[in-house]
Design a protein around this ligand. Structure first.
Ligand SMILES: NC(=O)c1ccc[n+]([C@@H]2O[C@H](COP(=O)([O-])OP(=O)(O)OC[C@H]3O[C@@H](n4cnc5c(N)ncnc54)[C@H](OP(=O)(O)O)[C@@H]3O)[C@@H](O)[C@H]2O)c1
Length: 173
């Protein structure tokens, strides 16, 4: 008989769109628009928890935030930060936020999705089980970049499209 404890185990996965030069953002926004990728992002993350930095949260247009049908969690150093209803604000490091979420019994879904941005991925890298990458084949100037992670992960899925490639990675050599 399996215990409820083992079935509560969550996967911690980053979901990232980056250019071939690792750009993920510029001036608080994402410098491309790929509706197909946005649909995939919604499909994968719905029903689960999404963890993000305060800057990424603020980059989401008002009408789309909090992200629907997901538990939204935001990290900030500002204990006075006021958020919309239905957003949990954690005043702690991103990696600590992951630990706190993993210790809970009642999170929705099977995955904690770490949805950005650069600071949050950098902090949580050692805790990630998976990375769902969209490699966008364009040149873009950026001020935020995806830190290197590939050496500690192995590729388990690849799907080529004209403008981008989906690559999923799992921790392990
Ligand atoms: N291409 C993609 O897939 C993708 C996805 C998401 C975001 N983005 C882009 O990434 C950019 C934003 O990334 P970013 O790195 O600038 O910001 P971010 O990671 O979204 O948020 C950074 C904020 O998180 C909080 N934070 C970070 N470390 C913390 C710690 N140790 N303790 C407590 N709070 C902490 C701080 O909030 P306070 O300043 O409030 O203290 C910090 O300013 C934007 O351009 C966005 O469009 C791209």
């Amino acid at each position: 008989m399996t215990t409820s404890k083992s079935s509560n185990k969550k996967i911690v996965a980053a979901i990232v769109a980056m250019t071939d030069d690792r750009v993920v953002g510029k001036d608080g926004d994402i410098p491309w628009h790929l509706p197909e990728d946005q649909k995939r992002f919604a499909k994968l993350t719905k029903g689960n928890t999404v963890l993000m930095g305060r800057k990424t949260y603020e980059s989401i247009p008002d009408k789309y935030r909090p992200l629907k049908q997901r538990k939204n969690v935001l990290v900030t150093r500002n204990s006075n930060w006021k958020s919309e209803e239905d957003v949990e604000v954690m005043v702690c490091s991103p990696v600590r936020a992951v630990e706190k979420l993993l210790s809970r019994e009642n999170l929705p879904g099977d995955t904690i999705w770490v949805i950005g941005g650069e600071e949050i991925w950098r902090s949580t890298l050692p805790r990630l089980d998976m990375v769902y990458l969209t490699k966008v084949h364009l040149k873009a100037e950026g001020d935020c970049f995806m830190p290197a992670f590939e050496d500690d992960f192995k590729e388990i899925f690849r799907e080529e499209h004209e403008e981008f490639t989906y690559i999923n990675y799992k921790r392990g050599a």
